[in-house]
Design a binder for this molecule. Sequence first.
Ligand SMILES: Cc1cc2nc3c(=O)[nH]c(=O)nc-3n(C[C@H](O)[C@H](O)[C@H](O)COP(=O)(O)O)c2cc1C
Length: 425
Amino acid sequence: MDHLTSRRAFARYVAASPLLAALGASACEERKDEDEIAEEAREHPGTLGEPDQELGELVTKAEDALDVFDMRVTAERTLPPAHYGYIATGVDGDVTLRANRTGFARWDIRDKRLAGIEKVDMSTSILGTRMETPIIISPTGSQRAFHPDGELATARAAKSQKHLMMLSTVTTTSVEDVTEARGEPVWYQLYATSKWEVTEKLLRRAEAAGCPVVVYTVDLPVPSNRITLSRFIKRDRRDCTQCHAKTDAYGSRNTSFSRKPMFDGLNMTNADFDIPLHDWEFVERLKAATKMKVMVKGITTAEDAQRCLSHGADGIVVSNHGGRAAESGRATIDCLPEIARVVRKQVPVILDSGIRRGTDVFKALALGADAVGIGRPYLWGLGAFGQPGVERVLAVLRAELRTVMALSGTRTIADVGAASVIRNT
Ligand SMILES: Cc1cc2nc3c(=O)[nH]c(=O)nc-3n(C[C@H](O)[C@H](O)[C@H](O)COP(=O)(O)O)c2cc1C
């Protein structure tokens, strides 16, 4: 189909938007309707760059999604290419992005028969936050680019499904409104800028909103090279500059403040997100500056985990930003054992990047994580259907985890341990 001769595509072109660093409120006003999605599915039956068993199928109702990959296909067909590309992208050749998936395949699960488990209990508690399930919503920015309700839809889904939500600094909805929609405090993710006054004000605002934990992300001190995103942007026929600044694969993170409510009222002159000079003293500074617990997100080695402990971090998120930061080629599930060995349960460890099934959650718990985070899966649900899509993703992952726990003879999260998995290579 020629985009510019199609009535709908022309309307989309005129409405225009794409995203990126400065994604904003009007970003997804031109979502496709069901007929359009079905038409596009007929025209483009294939999907991009995913292993065969993870292709998924287009669905027209959230409850029809059999796994998170059905949501991915549906989100791809629903969202403007540049906005879907922002979710999909890794960096450079997307090697780390793919490694996050293949890493899980190197571990098998050891079944346990006749374990006499009547009811699986998935509840756990981390840094004083009680959770019904160890599946946490990892922080992702700019959610109104994927659905008009953005972070509110995610928070409402987190409430109805009883999951902990982490909220990004670059949220398109304020921490106060998200907390109200969630019905309980969220954990606040911090991108520190080069200006300490800005960081301090963000901390005060998160504290005032009741956040008990700040999650300090350390894996993006410089912009990353998001080539897949650039390729998707090239497919998008709309004029992105109507909504945000033109950008390249490296993004332009410093142009986005005006669209991000957490920066309202702050003097952002000379506040730079690119802060290669930050060091471990900054963790201590954060600890001294807030009454919130401080977790460090983006740790992938035992040495850095040890530094987290030495500098007083209250917890660690083993993460490579879903393969969107460094192109290390290393899956987080492969990083976890060495980190668990040095942490020795002194502080909680959460793992994200590549979690797509209940079996992945189980493997992470077995290898030393106390909980896991998901990023893209709930964004696919959000892009495809809004709140019901996020709810379905959470429900599917929970059901899958419950099943694998029962089949492995693990009644509680504490029962999932080293004996639950075995390396197959
Ligand atoms: C579209 C998108 C936006 C993200 N925004 C943020 C962010 O603002 N802050 C942050 O710490 N991590 C961010 N992340 C990384 C996630 O928190 C998480 O580490 C990652 O998505 C997990 O990998 P997965 O997508 O494979 O589940 C983002 C990820 C995606 C896909």
